[in-house]
Design a protein around this ligand. Structure first.
Ligand code: HEC
Length: 128
């Protein structure tokens, strides 16, 4: 009865080695986890305005917002702050149920780190 045991143990050892190898290869092929740069001092001028300009001004800049964004004003500090305070900004950016997803009709959210930065701007009192 010795031989089968020995075979089994060899078999399990082999399986063990294969699974470890598999785990390693999965680990190596996986995309690195998104780590967003954070800042203790997020400001509208330095951090937030540039994101809004690039991602939202196509429709929301001073010239177009009336016609292209149904008068939803977010192109300066007071207007964006107001939109953030109402909850509409984060609701739209995170595509939360009951909000109109932004960017409008893009199907995709803006990148995770940009949303995180805007959230942290709101949570730290929307500094100018
Ligand atoms: C392609 C044009 C377009 C782009 C780009 C766009 N918006 Fe809009 N946005 C609109 C339109 C149109 C509305 C009004 C939608 C409606 O009332 O049906 C709107 C409305 C909004 C509202 C109000 C939503 C509500 O529930 O009343 C917010 C907040 C907003 N946009 C934020 C943004 C932000 C932030 C970005 C950039 C990440 C952005 N939008 C990009 C067209 C756009």
């Amino acid at each position: 009865m010795k031989a089968p045991y020995k075979t089994y143990s060899t078999y399990f050892k082999l399986m063990f080695i294969i699974s470890i190898a598999a785990l390693f290869s999965i680990g190596c092929n996986k995309k690195p986890k998104v780590v967003c740069a954070t800042s203790d001092n997020v400001t509208y001028t330095k951090d937030i305005a540039p994101i809004i300009e690039v991602k939202c001004f196509k429709c929301h800049d001073a010239k177009s917002y009336k016609t292209k964004a149904s008068h939803n004003k977010i192109y300066d500090y007071p207007s964006l702050k107001k939109m953030a305070e109402s909850g509409l900004l984060m609701g739209s950016l995170t595509h939360k149920k009951g909000f109109i997803p932004m960017p409008y009709r893009a199907k995709q959210k803006i990148d995770t780190c940009a949303i995180a930065l805007i959230a942290s701007w709101i949570n730290t009192g929307m500094k100018k």
